[in-house]
Design a protein. Structure first.
Length: 262
C-alpha cells in the first residue's frame, strides 16, 4: 500500500510544505535583520529629539534667569566645591530634574533628588560636584585654554573674593552674540567634570578629550545657546579649529585660535 500513487502523492506534498515553511522562516529572519537596525536607529533618533527638547527648556530657563539676575549662573562655586548652574536654573524648569537627564545616557549619570538611606524618603536635589555623574556640561572657559585672558567663558571658578574674571558670574552684556554663543551641551558622562564642556581640552592621540562635548547622538551632541535656541552638531565639527566654529564658544564671538593650540 505504501507504494501506491496516492501515498507517494501525500508524501511529496508533506515534504514540499516543510520546504515552504523553511523558506518563509528564512525570509522572516532576513526581514527582521533588515528592520531591527532601522528600528534601533528610529528609537535613538527619538531619544536625540527628546534631548534637544531638554536643551530648549534649559535655554528658556536661562532666559528667565538672565531677566531676574542680569548675569549668567556660573559653573563651579569653589568655597562649597559645588556645581551650581543646574540648581540655579531649576526654578525656571519648575524644579523638574528630568530635564537635565539625556535619555541616551545611562541612568547612573542622571540628576536626582537625595534619598535618605534609612527611611527611603526623598529630599532636595542631590549636590553636584566635579565627581558627580551628569549628562550636560557648561561652557565654563570658552574656546580657549583655561586661566587665559581675555577670559571667554561663562563663569568657571566662582569665588566671592576672587579677582580674576573667571571668579565671578559674567554680566549678560558680556556675551556679544547670544544667538551664536554655546552655553550648555551634551557632555561625555564619566563622573569626571561631566558638568563642563571645553573644545580646547587636550585629547590623547586618536581619542576624545575628557571635556569635549559628547558624540552619543549619532556622533554628535545637542547644544543650547545664550539666546535660548538649541541645535545639533557633530562632535568632530564642534571641537574643530575652524574659526567659524571656535568663535561660537567665546563670549566676544572671536575665534582666538592663538590662545588655543588644540
Amino acid at each position: 500500500m505504501e507504494n501506491t500513487p496516492y501515498f507517494r502523492s501525500r508524501l511529496f506534498r508533506s515534504a514540499f510544505t516543510l520546504i515552504e515553511l523553511l523558506v518563509v522562516i528564512a525570509i522572516i529572519a532576513i526581514l527582521a535583520g533588515m528592520l531591527l537596525p532601522a528600528l534601533s536607529r528610529a528609537k535613538e533618533k527619538g531619544k536625540q529629539t527628546k534631548c534637544l527638547s531638554n536643551m530648549r527648556n534649559v535655554g528658556l530657563s536661562l532666559q528667565m534667569y538672565l531677566v531676574d539676575f542680569n548675569k549668567y549662573p556660573g559653573h563651579y562655586y569653589v568655597p562649597n566645591g559645588e556645581i551650581v548652574y543646574p540648581p540655579r536654573l531649576l526654578p525656571g524648569l519648575s524644579s523638574n530634574l528630568q530635564v537635565w537627564n539625556c535619555p541616551s545616557e545611562k541612568p547612573k549619570y542622571y540628576y536626582t533628588n537625595r534619598v535618605n538611606r534609612a527611611t527611603g524618603a526623598e529630599g532636595g536635589p542631590m549636590k553636584l560636584t566635579p565627581n558627580t555623574g551628569f549628562c550636560y556640561g557648561y561652557n565654563d572657559w570658552g574656546g580657549i585654554n583655561e586661566f587665559v585672558k581675555p577670559y571667554q567663558g561663562l563663569g568657571a571658578d566662582l569665588q566671592p573674593n576672587g579677582k580674576e574674571p573667571w571668579n565671578r558670574e559674567p554680566a549678560e552684556s558680556f556675551v556679544k552674540a547670544p544667538s551664536d554663543m554655546i552655553v550648555i551641551a551634551d557632555s561625555r558622562s564619566d563622573a569626571r567634570w561631566d558638568s563642563a564642556i571645553d573644545p580646547a581640552d587636550r585629547a590623547p592621540a586618536g581619542d576624545q578629550a575628557a571635556e569635549w562635548p559628547s558624540r552619543r547622538h549619532s556622533g554628535g551632541a545637542n547644544f543650547s545657546f545664550a539666546d535660548g535656541h538649541a541645535e545639533y552638531g557633530a562632535q568632530e565639527k564642534m571641537v574643530s579649529r575652524d574659526p567659524n566654529i571656535r568663535r561660537r564658544w567665546n563670549a566676544d564671538n572671536q575665534p582666538h585660535l592663538d590662545q588655543s593650540p588644540n
